[in-house]
Design a protein around this ligand. Sequence first.
Ligand SMILES: C[S@@+](CC[C@H](N)C(=O)[O-])C[C@H]1O[C@@H](n2cnc3c(N)ncnc32)[C@H](O)[C@@H]1O
Length: 284
Amino acid sequence: MSRAPRHPGHPDPFGEGDKVLLVDRKQRRYLLTLRAGGEFHSHEGVVAHAALLGAPEGSVVRSTKGATLLALRPTAADWTVKAPRGAQVVYPKDQAMIVALADVCPGATVVEAGAGSGALTAALLRAVGPTGRVVSFERRDEHADVAERNVGERFGGLPETWELRRGDVVAGLPDVACDRLVLDLVEPWTVLPAAVGALRPGGIVIAYTPSVPQVMRLREALDADPRWGLAQTTETLVRGWHVDGLAVRPDHRMVAHTAFLTTARRLAGDALPSAPPAAAPTEG
Ligand SMILES: C[S@@+](CC[C@H](N)C(=O)[O-])C[C@H]1O[C@@H](n2cnc3c(N)ncnc32)[C@H](O)[C@@H]1O
């Protein structure tokens, strides 16, 4: 396993094993791991890793075809976009909002399902810090393998604050008590009955769902159970801007939709929703 990654702004020059993001003049981004004797190949030529080893972050290197590339340490967002994936990942704009809306704070115990490619897992692990804990459920082994690899790469080993459970979240929830529950799976409403037992009163559930029918089903389930309150649904649009002299305008293209985020609070009390009164028998 690689050593703990150095974050942007680390004072040391680039060394062996460091992750480096190369950015070309068209803003294309490439993520590589520096190795003695290694080479980076693209259609713009070759850059020997030796040209980067010992160079400070923010250096510009030249390829064999004369192209210039800017070398930086990758941000968490760069990792998310560039990491190998099995399942579709949650992108940085939604990761940030999940951490903010669910108030994922240092020291919190967070349960997540499913782990997928581990992209959101990494953001949750950072947010809970060294005193928190993230328990991720993933029922597909091949996805769990990808999540484990990505989280290991991201943190230079598997963090002690992380537990990956290979199995169904509904079956596993009775064994955990948590402050936050983060759901990125197709039918989050099926998890709510078990979530009620796992989430501490005042705790927050947040679900990432791409489609409107999913939001409707989830909100109906939350509204039908008095043990949940303050349900809210939002979406996050991030629009880049083109800034070039006096040509300053919104970008023509944007990622217009990823998913809706629905949050709700676990209220005090264990009363189940009251059953609708039985219809009075009619005469005749
Ligand atoms: C879209 S992916 C999650 C991606 C992840 N949030 C990321 O950013 O990399 C959804 C995952 O949920 C898993 N999953 C679906 N239902 C599940 C359940 N009931 N228990 C555990 N995992 C489940 C799927 O196998 C899949 O890997």
